[in-house]
Design a protein around this ligand. Structure first.
Ligand SMILES: NC(=O)c1ccc[n+]([C@@H]2O[C@H](COP(=O)([O-])OP(=O)(O)OC[C@H]3O[C@@H](n4cnc5c(N)ncnc54)[C@H](OP(=O)(O)O)[C@@H]3O)[C@@H](O)[C@H]2O)c1
Length: 231
């Protein structure tokens, strides 16, 4: 049976490579979400190349109405995998230039949205045979790495890690596996040109991990290449 995936932030960066990989694997149907489908040229091209296997949806993950509309638009079929990939990193995060308003937005996108998506798709995930929620977090949220700066980003990813750990406990009884992942330091507009790996390498690793998860893995924080990451 076709495995169904909901993917956020699918129009560029790691998300676009994930959309490409999951669509290339003939066994999947991808609900690829982005804020502005009209401007998502690469995603539209992918949909054209794989007719009937990828649907593009408009989604702003910070907008509860938009998330609810997406949940309706994806129909009543089970969802096998929810991949919370959308994220932001605001550059104004030093002690001398701390933007509190931007910090709140970062919490909305990086922390609250994955929870909102999880709740919106909980019932459809429950219907799948091996349902999984994978949230792309960051090593920058790890409490095991004492670093300064990037206050908003670090705290938003630390918070989503804790939220996913709790969700793993609460959804275990429903058979839903929940993990957080660090995608590597990736050459996207967020990671910058100095980053260590290409988006496709990160996406290949995330694909391999996400497609092999079972309920026994729930509550783990993993790297893109399948290693355990310290919380
Ligand atoms: N790159 C790295 O080195 C790195 C390292 C650790 C973790 N991560 C995490 O990996 C994930 C993907 O990052 P990336 O490097 O691929 O970043 P990216 O190239 O900047 O892409 C970010 C994606 O998130 C989407 N997004 C942002 N705000 C959104 C919103 N309100 N609603 C819906 N979509 C929204 C963007 O859509 P628009 O095009 O509409 O803005 C874009 O598709 C993020 O969660 C990031 O925190 C990245």
């Amino acid at each position: 049976m076709l495995q169904t995936l909901v993917l956020t932030g699918a129009n560029r960066g790691i998300g676009l490579e994930l959309a490409r990989l999951f669509t290339a694997d003939g066994n999947r149907f991808v609900h690829a979400c982005c804020r502005r489908p009209d401007e998502a040229a690469a995603l539209q091209e992918l949909a054209g190349d794989h007719a009937g296997r990828l649907a593009i949806h408009a989604l702003d993950v910070t907008d509860a109405g938009s998330v609810a509309d997406l949940a309706s638009a994806t129909g009543s079929a089970p969802i096998d995998l929810l991949l919370n990939n959308a994220g932001i990193l605001n550059p104004r995060q030093t002690l001398d230039d701390l933007d509190f308003e931007a910090w709140e937005t970062e919490l909305q996108v990086n922390t609250l949205a994955p929870m909102r998506m999880a709740l919106a798709f909980r019932a459809k995930l429950r219907q799948a045979s091996n349902p999984r929620i994978v949230t792309i977090s960051s090593q920058m949220g790890s409490l095991a790495r004492p670093k300064g700066g990037s206050y908003a980003y670090r705290s938003s990813k630390a918070a989503v890690n804790k939220a996913m750990q709790g969700l793993a406990v609460d959804l275990a009884g429903e058979g839903i596996c929940v993990v957080a992942m660090h995608p590597g330091w990736v050459r996207t507009s967020m990671g910058g040109p100095e980053a260590e790996i290409e988006p496709v390498e990160s996406a290949k690793g995330i694909f391999a991990v996400a497609t092999s998860l079972t309920l026994d893995d729930s509550g783990r924080f993993l790297t893109w290449d399948g290693r355990e990451h310290a919380w």
